[in-house]
Design a protein around this ligand. Sequence first.
Ligand SMILES: Cc1ncc(C[n+]2csc(CCOP(=O)(O)OP(=O)(O)O)c2C)c(N)n1
Length: 544
Amino acid sequence: MPTTAAATAKAIADAGIERVFGLPGGEILVLIDELRRAGVDFVLMRHEANAGIAAAVYGKLRGQPGVVLTTLGPGAANLMLPLSSAYLDQEPLLAISAQIPTEFPDSHTHQLLPLREIYSPLCRYVDTITKQDAGDVVRRALGECMRRPFGPAYLTLSAREAVKDTAASLVDVARGFQPRDRGPERAALRGGVDNGDALQRARELTALLAKATRPLVLIGLGIHSSNAQRIRRWVTDWNLPVAVTPKVKGIVDETAGNFVGVISGMAADGLMCEALAASDLLIGLGLDPVEVDKTWHAELPIHWLLESANVGGRLPSGVALVDHGRLLDALEAERAPARWPAPFQAFQDKRRRLLDDRTESVGTMWPGDIIRALSSAVPSETIVTTDVGSHKYLFGQFWPSRQPETFWMSNGLSGMAYGLSAAVGAKLARPDVPVLAAVGDGGFSMNAQELETAERVGAPFVTVVLEDGSYSLIKLAQEGRKLERYRMDFGPIDTVKMAEACGVQGLRTSNPDEMASAVKAAVERRRSLVIGVPVNYEDYRRLF
Ligand SMILES: Cc1ncc(C[n+]2csc(CCOP(=O)(O)OP(=O)(O)O)c2C)c(N)n1
């Protein structure tokens, strides 16, 4: 008879999950050991929140749930950020933590938190693993994470329950369950979509497009990356103007002539909002307003094409789901009903010129030069992660993404301390692809210690820290509201020394050519590198 911990580990291993991220406590030692025996690596990190973020990105890139494991009480409490992130950013994440055994006396309150109650509103499945049902509960939780929109599930396992014998044999526990992302078609079918409808919906859209002079396709978090080629063929063959939200950057080639820009609160958002208002047909292909910090999605008419509900199970009123794959196939069989000769050219030109509108700040690097130097130094398959702040607005709008799943930021939750942890998960999921993390000096100081994790687990990547000695995005907001300048600046922490303290080479430069050649060399040698780049926060004003 396997123990409950052994059955839990086996269910995770049988699901094809090769790594679990976390930070230990005595109460999960047995489960960590059973995971080891089952061939599942435990990626030891330095904060549970970072472990959860890394796990979710690792999982989503592998088309399966990420798994994060923590102790009870404080370790479990630190899961609020990654579970919130998985909920709002549609990332499949299973969190498992220890809990006080139910058989403990009522008087035992040490480290006792109402964890199930705390995480129930965020998670689509919350349960307790027991010796009776360990395998089934784990399988169910993993499956729920992969139901679209992807999201989190949460399980507890007490240290006492972990060592109890289950009723099942390990053979019974293993059912060959693979909670893999099988693509949108099946997801749509599971949601009860009438797929015969796709042809009809394609005809309706074609008729609308026939009358439109300034159509704009808005692609959002609800599309599936497996439809990238179909989407590219459609917008290219029909020469349709297209904009994306940051979470799906790279789904279309952002260097192509029909790319209008990135919508949803990045740099140049005023310009993007003007472009949206100038359109006479907005097509919301998988558009999830969870990424939008303004309300245009409710004020402008949008022709919604969704194949699953948006975050929180929400749907714009009256919208019926449609399978994107079938819809795009049906559109491909049609001819473009009209021609749209670059109706957004003026906006595109203005957007491009913003990066050239440089200031002559001394000793700092113009943000446009950071983008140009880095994008010239890394290949197009490079995965870029950002943290949250002014630098996210910069990279979100101007990083020229060319391939799907190559850009990762927290934009539903917009939580700081995402970028570096996401880079750890991304590099472990795609070891052959270069990874570049762009973070602010505020966010960097929240989790720079994970650089040591990255070195230890063999996940080298390049980190660029944009140094302005402040929480610059909030400082700009303070100034914008004409409030007194107050408490937005912090003292310097030496980025280079911080990197070196974690065993990583560091460099500080305000010269774009020096930065580009250092990044190129690090990528070629597959080495980690941290570059501190001084920036003038006032430069961002010209871009936002
Ligand atoms: C966890 C968390 N805390 C606070 C915020 C609010 N916030 C958004 S951006 C920002 C400033 C970030 O500063 P930094 O990392 O230095 O980046 P910069 O804006 O300077 O590029 C803050 C405090 C947040 N989004 N997430």
